[in-house]
Design a protein around this ligand. Structure first.
Ligand SMILES: [Zn+2]
Ligand SMILES: [Zn+2]
Length: 241
């Protein structure tokens, strides 16, 4: 299905009774009616298909980029919907800070679009958990707000407690790739009774360095998962440290 056809499908299916009372406004241009209007959707910097299967960087052929080539990664594939800029960046900001359930349901449609193009098979969808402190501040986990409606759209099993965060990760801002990896290394605990033998799809809002998804995947594989794929809404184009 083409991106524009899928876009129309998302607009139709995400529209609920509540939207008739409180119609969303386009996060790109302010037009009333939808979160991302047709015009603003056409300007989204979608992730191309021929990117590295592990970090989403440009590569001449499908597979591993030069940076990932010699690395042993605990997940077997990564995909994102778009680069983290423009209206996508605004949408994620809205998802994280506005406590608006409808935006998560809407954005889950874009994750579905990416997933439908893959050949991945999934037994269980798991969102990247946030720490207790962040949970208290924000009141909700933005990755759950994407992962749950996504699992419902695709009729996949979902668990928000098969993976928990035990260490509050300090800010990753200003850290390089190795420092980020060290920072989140032991942040997660997976429940073996839930994940054992399962093909897991991990969902997060943004892929920055990949360190978080890597640490979470490692923990899931250690707890007996048979395979992990990672899917995010956005990918930071270049790691700025
Ligand atoms: Zn617009
Ligand atoms: Zn790569």
């Amino acid at each position: 299905m083409s991106a524009s056809r899928f876009y129309r499908k998302i607009q139709n299916s995400a529209f609920s009774a509540l939207d008739w009372l409180f119609p969303p406004i386009c996060l790109g241009c302010g037009m009333e009616g939808v979160f991302i209007c047709n015009d603003c959707f056409s300007k989204i910097n979608l992730l191309p298909r021929d990117v590295c299967n592990f970090c989403g960087s440009y590569t001449s052929k499908q597979g591993k980029c030069a940076q990932c080539h010699n690395r042993q990664l605990p997940y077997v594939g990564f995909r994102a919907f778009a680069f983290y800029d423009g209206v996508v960046r605004k949408a994620i900001h809205h998802l994280k800070y506005q406590n608006d359930l409808t935006i998560g349901r809407y954005l889950a449609g874009f994750l579905e679009m990416v997933y439908q193009r893959s050949t991945w098979e999934t037994d269980m969808v798991i969102p990247i958990p946030i720490g207790e402190q962040k949970m208290q501040q924000r009141g909700y986990n933005q990755a759950e707000r994407l992962a749950k409606p996504f699992s419902e759209r695709l009729n996949l099993a979902y668990s928000s407690d098969a993976l928990i965060r035990i260490n509050e990760t300090s800010s990753q801002v200003g850290l390089n790739q190795d420092e980020r990896r060290e920072n989140v290394r032991q942040a997660f605990v997976a429940r073996a009774n839930q994940v054992n033998g399962k093909r897991i799809l991990l969902i997060d809002d943004v892929f920055t360095s990949g360190a978080t998804l890597e640490a979470a995947s490692l923990e899931l594989m250690g707890a007996g998962a048979s395979q992990v794929h990672c899917l995010t809404l956005a990918k930071v184009n270049r790691l700025i440290v």
